[in-house]
Design a protein around this ligand. Structure first.
Ligand code: CUA
Length: 347
């Protein structure tokens, strides 16, 4: 076994040391990134963060002890001139050492199991307070359907929730389902990952403590556009959340200006897949469009929701998100303008 080259550096450690260095160097920038699990801003994420720090600290200590002893042994007992033809002393067994390396790992594992079990219990055993918001998130290839059954709301890709403060806790409890394959709901600053599995209901909760937009993504490979199944959680102050709910509960405003586009929309197969509240459009395959223009993005976070992008999306979704289940409707340029004018009224 050749552990050293002429420089005397134990290169066998290079694969271990180099990534660690890269991680250490990248931590400041990763922490500045809003998707970092090391900047939790929600109760379950804080619990996960604390247990991960404890686990990392224990693992780092084990690594330092093991790697330190290994480096010491490699240097101290390296081959020296005059060693030719001689064997090192042969040592068989030591009860003390064997006892130590059996009992110490058992204790370490025991500590990790207890700490982890406590965190899991705290997170999974949480009971919704009376003020909790309840939402159902359904994973689709490749977007998120979001329903608030008690509020009578349906939206997509952007989960709006109130923030919690110490006086009034307003966590949001999520019921996770899938319409097709396995997906995974993950907003790193708010909670750990939980899968959305067909024919099964999973539960999780989030409790942001600061208003703002938290970005996340699908964390389980679910097909061609898995990487573009992005997710936003928008946390409002309680008053702003009530305003958002009230606005979403309104039916769409009829706008005479967009009559031609409206007629075209209802004459094409758009309505087989999309729903618009209080109209004959009640399709279930695609996102609800009742308040389409209140959303920040299109195509589950792929592009910002502007007129230009909306037009490009309706013209050919496959161009923006290849594989998306919405087909190119083959509209002419004039028809596109009309339909987009109508969609722009869905505020
Ligand atoms: Cu949905 Cu990956």
């Amino acid at each position: 076994m050749k552990l050293r080259d002429h420089t005397g550096f134990p290169w066998i450690f290079a694969p271990i040391i180099v990534p660690c260095g890269a991680v250490t160097l990248s931590v400041p920038s990763a922490c500045a990134d809003v998707t970092s699990i090391f900047r939790p801003l929600s109760t379950p994420a804080q619990a996960v963060y604390e247990i991960s720090l404890l686990t990392l600290a224990i693992c780092a200590a084990i690594f330092l002890v093991v790697a330190g002893m290994l480096v010491y042994t490699i240097i101290r007992f390296r081959r020296r001139p005059g060693d030719e033809g001689r064997e090192p002393p042969q040592v068989y067994g030591s009860n003390q050492i064997e006892l130590a390396w059996t009992v110490v790992p058992i204790l370490i594992v025991f500590v990790l199991i207890l700490a982890t079990a406590r965190t899991i219990y705290d997170v999974q055993g949480a009971i919704p307070p009376a003020d909790a918001v309840h939402a159902t998130v359904v994973g689709h290839q490749w977007w998120w359907e979001i329903r608030y059954p008690k509020l009578g709301l349906i939206t997509a890709n952007e989960l709006h929730v109130p923030v919690s403060d110490t006086d009034r806790r307003r966590p949001t409890f999520l019921r996770l389902e899938s319409a097709d394959v396995a997906h995974s709901f993950w907003v790193p600053q708010l909670a750990g990952k939980t899968d959305l599995i067909p024919n099964r209901v999973n539960q999780m909760w989030i409790e942001p403590i600061q208003p703002g937009t938290y970005v996340g993504n699908c964390a389980e490979y679910c097909g061609l556009q898995h990487a573009r199944m992005l997710l936003r959680v928008i946390a409002h102050s309680p008053a702003d959340f009530e305003r958002w709910v009230a606005a979403q509960q309104m039916p769409p405003v009829e706008d005479g200006q967009a009559r031609a586009g409206r007629d075209l929309f209802f004459a094409t197969s758009c309505i087989n897949c999309h729903a618009i509240k209080q109209t004959t459009a009640n399709g279930k395959f695609g996102p609800d469009l009742t308040h389409l223009m209140s959303r920040q993005t299109l195509g589950s976070g792929v592009v910002t929701n502007t007129r230009k992008n909306l037009r490009a999306w309706v013209r050919d979704p496959q161009h923006i998100k290849p594989g998306a289940l919405m087909p190119n409707m083959q509209l002419t340029d004039d028809e596109l303008d009309q339909v987009v004018d109508y969609l722009l009224t869905l505020k």
